[in-house]
Write a protein that binds this ligand. Structure first.
Ligand code: IPD
Ligand code: CA
Ligand code: CA
Length: 264
């Protein structure tokens, strides 16, 4: 467990926003069968959750800046601290009534990720981490999986949707390379939960391109604090601005990088 004042603030904000999302998930089943579908409702749920997070975190830490998926960037008076927030990661799952989505909150200090939280209100799984303090799923300390061979490993990925079809050619090449070298592949639909699952030793690795800081900053610290390795898909270190991610234990992360090297 992490019992810092910072983590108390982060978990309280996530639980409050999560209660709203859980309630809204219940509504979706009803809307699924309507002609209009749940699209607008989901957009409103997403914005409501972000508003709760913004208000709670601003109140507890006045002056910190924000980078949010819905509300964009809000400059703070404290230039060294920024929250990176996705109030609803896994929107497509949520829209379809699948309880595989999460709130993701990271605190970045001077370009270093110092704290991360990923909360799935659908399953009540709360993943938390602070730099140097380890990573926890509810009360249990997490460790990345110990598999040493990519060919034995279960690897998660993200698939660009039709609206971003211009990314399909590169995705298909990298997917083919990992299909040919890993044990098998999965697509969960939430980048934050993909990284949380790597930290928890459930997935052996995960990679995705065209990703934003709010999708991966919390999860990247979580994997590192669970003993894993994280880089961009090109092998560089800057997760906050890098736009892609590749994670696993020491062996799997290295083998995955080698498998897709030179494709992009
Ligand atoms: C998306 C999810 C998905 C990933 C996409 C993200 P959203 O976030 O994390 O798994 O493949 O790249 O944009 O839109 O559900 O917040
Ligand atoms: Ca997201
Ligand atoms: Ca989102």
């Amino acid at each position: 467990m992490i019992r810092s004042a910072l983590m108390t603030v982060m978990t309280a904000a996530a639980q409050k926003a999560g209660r709203g999302l859980k309630r809204d998930l219940g509504e979706i089943e009803n809307l699924q069968v309507s002609v209009k579908g749940p699209g607008d409702f989901v957009t409103a749920a997403d914005k409501r959750a972000e508003k709760v997070l913004f208000e709670e975190l601003s109140r507890a830490r006045p002056g910190y800046g924000f980078v949010m998926e819905e509300g964009g960037t809000v400059e703070g008076t404290d230039k060294s601290h920024t929250w990176h927030i996705d109030p609803l990661d896994g929107t497509t799952n949520f829209l379809h009534g699948l309880p595989l989505f999460a709130i993701s909150i990271a605190l970045v200090r001077e370009d270093q990720i110092v704290a991360g939280l990923i909360f799935n209100p659908g399953t009540d799984e709360m993943y938390v981490t602070e730099k140097g303090q380890g990573a926890f799923l509810n009360a249990t300390r997490m460790r990345v999986a110990a598999r040493r061979k990519l060919s034995d490993s279960l690897i998660a990925c993200g698939i660009p949707p039709l609206a971003r079809a211009k990314h399909h050619p590169l995705f298909k090449q990298e997917f083919a390379a990992l299909l040919a070298t890993s044990g098998n592949l999965r697509r969960l639909g939430s980048a934050a939960l993909d990284l949380a699952a790597v930290a928890a030793g459930r997935f052996d690795g995960y990679w995705e391109r065209n990703i934003q800081s709010w999708d991966v900053t919390a999860g990247a610290l979580m994997v590192r604090e669970a003993g894993g390795f994280v880089s961009t898909a090109d092998g560089t270190d800057d997760i906050v601005h890098g736009g892609s991610i590749l994670a696993g234990n020491e062996y799997i992360q290295r083998e995955m990088l080698a498998a897709i090297k030179g494709i992009g």
